[in-house]
Each structure stands twice: as C-alpha cells, then as structure tokens.
Design a protein around this ligand. Structure first.
Ligand SMILES: Cc1cc2nc3c(=O)[nH]c(=O)nc-3n(C[C@H](O)[C@H](O)[C@H](O)COP(=O)(O)OP(=O)(O)OC[C@H]3O[C@@H](n4cnc5c(N)ncnc54)[C@H](O)[C@@H]3O)c2cc1C
Length: 428
C-alpha cells in the first residue's frame, strides 16, 4: 500500500509575533518556545495536522512536503487523527469533570452546583460530564451525582480515603486525571477544595483560576473562559489556560445554581483503585473537631438576609436590622465596612472576601454596592436596597430601590410588618 503523504510545518522568518498560540494547538507537543520566546518546531514529532498554521494570527507558519514526499492531498483533520495520531499523539484531553466534595458520605452542595454549570460547559464542548468521587463508603454518591447531571462517575472507594487529607486525595485526583485526561476540572472553593485544587494544579503543572464567578466556553478555541474579580475586585477578568491541561477552576458555594435533581437518572460507573497504604501516609487524622462558631447561623443557607453597611453608623443600630430580620424570618449580615468597624462578625460578611449568598430576599441597608459586595449577593432572588444616595450602585442590582434614610425606612418597615404579624383586634 502506498505510504500516505504527510506535510510538515516550518516557521517563516521574521513573521512570528510570539503570541504562543501554536504551542497549545499542537496535539503532539512538537512546538516548544525557547528562552528568546521563539517557537521551535520538532519535525520528528510533527504529524502535519496543520493546527498550528490555522491558529497563527501572523501567518508565520507554513506547510511543506518533506523531501521524498511529492504532492499529496491536504491532511484530513479527524477526531481519530487527533486522538490516535498513528501512535504519536501523547493524549487527547476531553471531558468536563467535577470533584464531589464530601464529609462522612454527605456531599457539599457546591459539588452539585458545579455539576449544573459543568453540564452547560460539557454540552457546549460536545463531551461527557463526569463526577469524581473519593472517599470510603461513598458509593451512594454515584447515583446522587447522576441525578444532578453526571454522565459518568469515577469512584475510588477505599478506607485510606475516609477522611480528607491533602496527600491521599491529591494523589488519587492526580492519578485519575493523568489516566483519563479531562480537559476541565472544577472544584468547589471551600476550605477543603482550595487545599486540594492548589495541590492538584501544582502536581499537574497546570493553571488554576480560584473563586470564579463565571464560567463559559470559547467554542472556537475550545477554551474555558474563567471570570473572576481581579485587581482588588475593581475589574472582572476573564482568564484562559491555553498552554496546559486540564483547565482548572474553583468556584465558591452558591455562585452557581443547584440543578434540579432527577431521581433514577443513572451514570456510567468507573470504579478505580489507588495504591496508597495507610502505613505510607505522612498524616493521620486522629479526631475531627467541628469548629464552634460564635454564630451557628450559616448565612449561605438562609432564605432571608437583612444586611447592613457603613450607613448604619454604629453597632447599636444593627439591633433594628435584627428586629426586621426576626419579623421576616431571616438573619442579619453585613458589608465589609460593617465587619471592619466591628459591628458584625466576619462570619456574616457578604462579598468577595466574605460569603456568597443566594437568599430569596436580600435587604441591603446603607450599603453602597461596591463590586466586591455585589459579587456576593447579586444573584439573590429579590433585592431591596435602601440608600439615601440615588446614584448608589446597589440600585443597579436591586429589584426594589428605596431612596431614603435607613433610620426612617427600616423602622417604618418594622412597624408595618408588626401590624401584619399581630393585626389589631377589632371591636364589634
Ligand atoms: C480585595 C477587596 C475585597 C473586598 N471584599 C469585600 C467583601 O467581601 N464585602 C464587602 O462588602 N466589601 C468588600 N470590600 C470593600 C468594598 O470595596 C467596599 O469598601 C465596601 O463594600 C463598602 O461597604 P459599605 O457599602 O457598607 O460602605 P460605603 O461604601 O461607605 O457605603 C455606605 C452607603 O451608605 C449610604 N448611607 C449612609 N447613610 C445612610 C442613611 N442614613 N440611610 C441610607 N443610606 C445611607 C451611603 O449613601 C453609602 O452608599 C473589598 C475590597 C477589596 C479591595
């Protein structure tokens, strides 16, 4: 059979602008940048797929037929050549994965929220959505993950993974990623998730965008657009990880919506094992002691929040917010200014460096609406803002804006609500 003719590629002198797009586009790692920032093409590795030619914005890469190969058709770009590459391609990164964080077999809701977002990303990429479950006696989470949208679940269920340890969980996670090559890995930005994500990204030598507030797919370039506040939250930056895989992002709880649970939905189970023995681990979990917080109320899990800012002027004035919150069946929270002033604890701070909340009702009292505050509450179902400055940015996200003095509006609301709760008895 006649040998298939193969193009190779070469750099045209003086044209390269050093944009770096060709390197990640090459499926066989045939392009590397030297210390001067110029691409070096390894012709031994090049399979002539011409992906680098297509992505080069400066037309600096050209195809040619090596000596001995005369003529021949344009190379066909098929999923097969990309995936298999006649034995030359190292790997094909495909699929969206979500790490399912759990403790004692109970999953963190952020994992399901990420499956909801992961589904959208997977659909845009035309790939499977997979959940990654690590632990001991956690097989029930397979069906749960399927119900929240996972098509496939990778499971390692073994005693050594009973309690979270950076060492054991990171090694398991890295092992599975290296074996199955997902292109995207999402992890909840909880305390545990942050610990794990950083370790995994470091080991895999890939990028990690922490605390994303938005995730989308650039379909043309098959890249994950990872949006998060940057420069102290003054701008929203969209970050791409072009040169390494998987693209890793962490997202804080409640930033994404929990998808509806579909009972009975099934996923393909891929059961894996890991060769870590307890005697080889450096850390031992002796006891898990839950933190006794001053506040037992988790503001991320409540339906109504009455939140106060610098406009409240003093800690004493938060009492009226508490009264309003009690009448509405909610809790009191605050802006960072209120926390910095010592009027409310950090546990109850809403925003970029506090908590992200999605209550049914958020009442913002004397809060200006700085971007760092908005990223923590703008997805609340209904927002009422009270501010004496009609230009305050909080009104941009409010469903109902009240321009006025919080010391008049809040007492008036309390009075009206009291009437509703305790209607006056009519004499007949
Ligand atoms: C890296 C970084 C992270 C941050 N993280 C957070 C975060 O997580 N959460 C957060 O909240 N902030 C955060 N901030 C701070 C943020 O930039 C703002 O400074 C802060 O949100 C302002 O809080 P505030 O709205 O209470 O105060 P101000 O901005 O001072 O606003 C007070 C508002 O009260 C109104 N007001 C005053 N008196 C009355 C009255 N009598 N009646 C009605 N309205 C009145 C004023 O018109 C004003 O709009 C962060 C900043 C940085 C740089």
């Amino acid at each position: 059979m006649e040998k298939k003719k193969r193009f190779k590629v070469r750099l045209l002198p003086g044209k390269c602008i050093g944009c770096g797009r060709c390197e990640p586009a090459c499926p066989v790692d045939a392009i590397r940048y030297d210390e001067k920032g110029e691409p070096i093409i390894d012709l031994e590795k090049c399979i002539g797929c011409l992906k680098c030619v297509k992505v080069c914005p400066a037309a600096a890469i050209d195809k040619f037929l090596p000596e001995g190969d005369t003529g021949g058709a344009e190379p066909e770009e098929t999923a097969e050549s990309e995936a298999i590459g006649e034995g030359e391609v190292k790997r094909l990164w495909r699929g969206v994965w979500v790490y399912v964080e759990q403790m004692d077999g109970k999953a963190e809701p952020v994992s399901w929220q990420l499956l909801g977002k992961g589904k959208e990303l997977a659909q845009d990429l035309g790939v499977e959505l997979a959940a990654l479950v690590l632990g001991n006696n956690v097989e029930h989470l397979v069906d749960e993950a399927a119900g929240y949208g996972a098509d496939k679940v990778y499971l390692i269920d073994t005693p050594v993974l009973k309690d979270y340890r950076a060492e054991t969980h990171m090694r398991s996670c890295v092992y599975l990623v290296e074996k199955y090559s997902p292109e995207i890995l999402l992890i909840g930005a909880t305390g545990l998730g942050r610990d794990l994500a950083g370790g995994v990204a470091t080991h895999l030598e890939t990028g990690l965008t922490a605390d994303c507030t938005g995730l989308a797919i650039d379909k043309e370039n098959r890249l994950l657009e990872q949006t998060r506040p940057a420069f102290g939250g003054n701008i929203m930056a969209t970050i791409l990880c072009e040169k390494a895989r998987p693209q890793m992002a962490s997202v804080r709880p409640n930033v994404m919506l929990t998808p509806p649970f579909v009972p009975g939905r099934k996923a393909t189970l891929v059961r894996e094992s890991i060769s870590i023995e307890e005697k080889d681990t450096l850390t031992k979990v002796l006891e898990i002691v839950p933190i006794q917080c001053e506040t037992s109320v988790d503001i991320t899990a409540v339906g109504v929040i009455v939140s106060g800012g610098r406009g409240l002027v003093s800690a004493e004035n938060f009492r009226m917010l508490q009264e309003l919150a009690d009448l509405l069946g909610g809790v009191v929270a605050g802006s960072r200014s209120a926390v910095d002033a010592g009027w409310i604890t950090h546990q109850k701070q809403v925003g970029q460096t506090g908590k992200t909340v999605r209550p049914k009702l958020y009442v913002a009292c004397g809060i200006s609406g700085a971007i760092q505050h908005l990223v923590g509450m703008q997805d609340a179902e209904y927002i009422i803002a009270i501010n004496k400055d009609k230009h305050a940015p909080i009104f941009d996200v409010a469903h109902l804006g009240i321009v006025g003095d919080v010391f008049e509006i809040v007492p008036a609301m309390i009075e009206e609500l009291r009437k509703v709760k305790n209607p006056p008895v009519c004499e007949t």
